[in-house]
Design a protein around this ligand. Structure first.
Ligand code: HCA
Length: 388
């Protein structure tokens, strides 16, 4: 498979921090930046310097870490924002401005032409100060595509390093994203970036589909945190790139620890069923599944847990089968007879049907109970113990 030609700009430290209630300390930002860089993330969006002096210091401190990743920050089309970015010493500034008629009317009270003139003027200002610029259309997905193309073309002509497409309200689907990226890329003179929100649950899918259609820079956040329903998840996009996009240059084995770190610092709990990093991502309970997994892990694991720094777990419950239980008992050091397996299995099923989870402690007490009965009825058939 020819690898997709992409780079990742992770925006956890900026859009991720726009998650309601989330605020990272400078040290937390540095720790996350170091971990992102260790994974091989190409660009780290470190913050929005004009928000506060503390934010500005945090962005500057990440620049001073001198990581192999490029450092980016956000800026409105306002000269003082660009000055703050320059002051922080970032490599790249994301110069954003809303392009949909709705946003232009409600937020700026200007015409399209006035807005475009303002954006191009600020683009020139930033470029004249020797900083790379991502010319970023906010609410691009609800913008007249002709106007968007004109804007990107004018930006590229003036020297913008990237054109960026934000699905700010998450209204795109994989098919509309694919078609839009094909259209925008036609004749575009600089690389296209995509920034997807998750309001319909498509952020990661839209991001990956955009890459398949030719988008170059993909925006992500760790655990998919971000405004409202969040952004495309770094871990989901990286796994899709590895498994379906032929991209193998990122070190995915650090994803679990990165995810837990961001969970702790942000206070945003990850759902158990979250792909790649959720507690259940590699847990199996069904007896049918476990019996097959014991023979060949590919049966029910699309990619190995070790690839993303995780491990396989078998969980006991009402769907447990004999083979799975036997396997778990053996790994715990027991050599159960077939009848002992039956008794333990029956007990586990009836416990789990009362909605109690079968933790390791519960299992050990069931085993102990079963063995005690065996010993009590020493010399007798285990079947008798079972039927009592
Ligand atoms: C916002 C801006 C943005 C896009 C930023 C960018 C969005 O916070 O509204 O393209 O670099 O979602 O539109 O994050």
């Amino acid at each position: 498979m020819k690898p997709l030609n992409v780079e990742i700009c992770d925006v956890t430290l900026r859009d991720g921090e726009q998650t309601p209630g989330v605020s990272f300390t400078c040290e937390e930002k540095q720790d996350i930046a170091q971990r992102l860089s260790d994974i091989g993330i190409d660009i780290i969006e470190a913050g929005f310097p004009s928000v506060s002096e503390y934010e500005k210091r945090s962005v500057r401190s990440i620049v001073e870490m001198d990581l192999p990743s490029e450092i980016c920050c956000l800026s409105r089309c306002v000269q003082s924002d660009i000055d703050a970015a320059i002051d922080c010493g970032v490599d790249l500034v994301s110069l954003f401005f809303a392009t949909s008629d709705l946003h232009i009317r409600i937020k700026y009270k200007k015409t399209r032409e006035e807005m475009l003139d303002l954006a191009l003027g600020m683009l020139d200002y930033a470029l004249d100060h020797g900083i790379k610029v991502r010319f970023s259309a906010e609410d691009a997905s609800r913008t007249d595509i002709g106007f968007l193309k004109e804007m990107y073309a004018k930006g590229a002509e003036r020297g913008a390093n990237y054109s960026s497409y934000a699905d700010t309200v998450g209204c795109m689907t994989p098919i509309s994203m694919y078609e839009t990226v094909l259209e925008l890329n036609e004749g575009l003179k600089n690389p296209l970036c995509v920034h997807c929100h998750n309001d319909m649950g498509f952020a990661s899918a839209n991001t990956f589909t955009a890459a398949q259609a030719g988008a170059f820079q993909l925006h992500t956040t760790v655990n998919g945190i971000g405004e409202r329903c969040g952004n495309a998840s770094l871990e989901e996009v990286l796994v899709a790139l590895r498994m379906q996009g032929g991209v193998d240059r990122y070190d995915l084995s650090a994803l679990q620890t990165l995810s837990r770190t961001v969970e702790t610092y942000s206070g945003i709990k990850i759902a158990k069923t979250k792909p790649v990093v959720g507690e259940h991502a590699f847990c199996h309970e069904s007896g049918i599944h476990i019996a097959a997994l014991i023979q060949d892990r590919n049966t029910y694991e699309y990619y190995p847990p070790e690839m993303v720094g995780s491990e396989q777990k078998f969980i006991l419950g009402k769907h447990t089968g004999r083979k799975g239980l036997e396997y778990i008992l053996t790994t715990l050091g027991y050599t159960p007879s077939p009848r002992e397996v039956d008794v333990i299995l029956e007990r586990i099923k009836s416990i789990s049907e009362t909605k109690q989870s079968i933790t390791q402690d519960v299992l050990l007490s069931v085993i102990a109970e079963t063995r005690q009965e065996t010993e009590l009825k020493k010399g007798s058939d285990f079947d008798k113990a079972r039927t009592g």
